[in-house]
Design a protein around this ligand. Structure first.
Ligand SMILES: Cc1cc2nc3c(=O)[nH]c(=O)nc-3n(C[C@H](O)[C@H](O)[C@H](O)COP(=O)(O)OP(=O)(O)OC[C@H]3O[C@@H](n4cnc5c(N)ncnc54)[C@H](O)[C@@H]3O)c2cc1C
Length: 493
């Protein structure tokens, strides 16, 4: 008889949701984690902690953020985000390619799962910093993201690891899962490597929650295409696609957008993979209130196509297609006071100048003359008037007559001093993955469940295609992690 009922591969959000749930259903659980304790937890450790959930109003939010004060409630317009809003956002952004059963499972369990996370000791707070705008003295929340995890990804992991220690769940660090062990057609364990040794760990069921292939340059080039090998990795270096390879090797079905990934604006001079000291600080998400230009001095994307949380995950791909994989974000003094906190970090590639002409000389790698022409044409195309900039709504202030419009938040950029920030493509996670059922069972080529094999988190394919609504990764991992943990615990070989 094996020592364990359930093996969970990985120690990030999806994995820990699975491990804790399996334990709560009576299973003996072991977690196998490639990283050392300081780096364990994958992309979850880098996450800002924004969490998308359905809610009908402040009463539903109070179940997640119970310490909202009376004053906060009185001075805030939280709005609501209903089941149909969440479904529509995922549908629209994935061009309706997403697997409807999986997305319904995700949406219908989002609120209950955040409540469960709270019961595990995870704390949430209202997102006043990123997701609220002060309009006429009231905080208006926008984008379906009113709450975030206290302490971000590290805060989430701290609560999970505390819970795991209390529940007696062993986390074996520096342990790389290499292969799945089969007993006939049933998954019966994992072949591992640790400190130069290989060994087997056996159990009745295995949950794969070990991320996508975003940190594997070879797989990025192979599946995402040319130059994706040059993208910066926003998070962990440990998500190398090994879990995907192990499952495909035993006949698991691949699903979803294997040539697609979540990728965004990331500091040009950031390191090859994430730096925990800086976390998500290398991101630069205020582009809707400025413009972005490439090395030719031209705009290349509609910076105001939609609310930032609905466009940012597609922009990395747009930057990748530009010469030198480089873009500069340009702002004037209308926008500078509104820039998000990540623009104020020490590790930033930034230039400032009192005039656009002087700025043009400082934009390294950019055709200065063409840049000034772009600015002139852009400023001439901006509608008249100066209402307060409000990023919580699509304000309809679109440019007039430009071949590439800016559809919202078009304000003149002519009030110095000017600031510009250099960015490149930062990949967050890959969209392609394993095909699962709504019960988190990994299926084979006949779409029949492979006995004893479950998956959750980034390693799952079929949920996100092309685009992604911000704050959905963590909730998706937790929803399917909980389901995988429950199913794996009750699995009878
Ligand atoms: C900078 C940044 C900011 C983000 N912000 C947000 C946000 O605000 N909100 C949101 O919802 N999402 C956010 N995301 C996305 C989110 O972090 C991820 O979607 C989510 O954390 C993935 O969880 P996971 O459990 O699937 O994978 P991970 O958290 O990456 O965990 C995978 C685990 O598997 C381990 N592993 C990998 N290979 C092996 C192997 N062979 N053997 C053993 N272990 C292995 C890794 O070490 C890791 O512990 C952000 C991501 C980044 C990078």
């Amino acid at each position: 008889m094996s020592e364990y009922d359930v093996i969970v591969v990985g120690a990030g959000n999806a994995a820990m949701a699975a491990a804790l749930t399996a334990r709560q259903h009576g299973a003996r659980v072991i977690v196998l984690e490639a990283a050392d304790p300081d780096n364990a937890g994958g992309n979850t450790r880098y996450a800002a902690g924004q969490t998308r959930t359905t809610y009908r109003g402040v009463e539903d939010l109070l179940e997640i953020v119970p310490d909202l004060t009376r004053d906060e409630i009185a001075s805030s317009d939280f709005g609501q985000y209903l089941r149909e809003d969440f479904l529509e956002d995922v549908g629209r952004l994935t061009q309706y390619r997403c697997n409807p059963e999986l997305v319904e499972t995700l949406v219908d369990n989002s609120h209950a799962t955040l409540k469960w996370m709270r019961e595990q000791g995870v704390r949430f707070q209202a997102s006043y910093g990123r997701q609220a705008v002060n309009v006429d003295g009231r905080y208006k929340f926008w984008g379906g993201l009113p709450c975030e995890i206290w302490g971000g990804g590290p805060g989430l992991l701290e609560a999970y690891y505390r819970g795991a220690a209390q529940a007696g769940i062993e986390i074996r660090h520096r342990t790389h899962a290499l292969d799945l062990i089969l007993d006939s057609r049933r998954v019966a364990g994992v072949r591992c490597a640790s400190r130069g040794e290989t060994f087997d760990v056996r159990a009745k069921a295995v949950v794969l929650a070990c991320g996508g292939f975003e940190a594997n340059a070879e797989m990025r080039a192979r599946y995402l295409g040319p130059n994706w090998d040059l993208a910066k990795v926003r998070g962990t270096k440990f998500n190398t696609g090994q879990g995907l390879k192990m499952a495909l090797q035993i006949g698991a079905s691949a699903a979803g957008h294997w040539s697609g990934a979540h990728s965004t604006c990331w500091d040009l001079n950031s390191p090859e993979t994430g730096d925990l000291r800086v976390g998500d600080g290398y991101q630069k998400f205020s582009y809707p209130i400025g413009i972005m230009i490439n090395a030719r001095g031209e705009r290349f994307v509609d910076e105001g196509a939609d609310l930032q949380v609905y466009t940012y995950s597609r922009i990395g791909r747009e930057i990748l297609a530009q010469p030198g994989m480089l873009a500069w974000q340009v702002f004037d003094q209308r926008a500078v006071p509104l820039l998000l906190r990540e623009y104020r970090i020490r590790e930033v590639t930034k230039v400032t100048a009192p005039t656009l002409e002087a700025l043009a000389e400082k934009l390294e790698g950019v055709d200065a003359k063409a840049f000034l022409k772009t600015m002139e044409a852009y400023n001439a195309a901006v509608p008249p008037g100066e209402p307060q900039i409000n990023i919580s709504v699509r304000d309809g202030r679109a440019t007039n007559g430009l071949a590439l419009p800016k559809s919202n938040w078009a304000y003149r950029i002519d009030r110095g001093p000017f600031e510009a920030y250099a960015v490149t493509t930062g990949i967050t996670f890959t969209f392609g993955g394993l095909r699962i059922t709504p019960r988190a069972q990994v299926v084979d080529a006949a779409w029949e469940p492979i006995q004893g094999l479950y998956a959750a988190g980034e390693i799952v394919g079929g949920i996100f295609f092309n685009g992604y609504p911000g704050g959905t990764g963590l909730v998706s991992g937790a929803v399917f992690g909980r389901i995988a943990g429950r199913e794996a615990a009750s699995h009878r070989p």
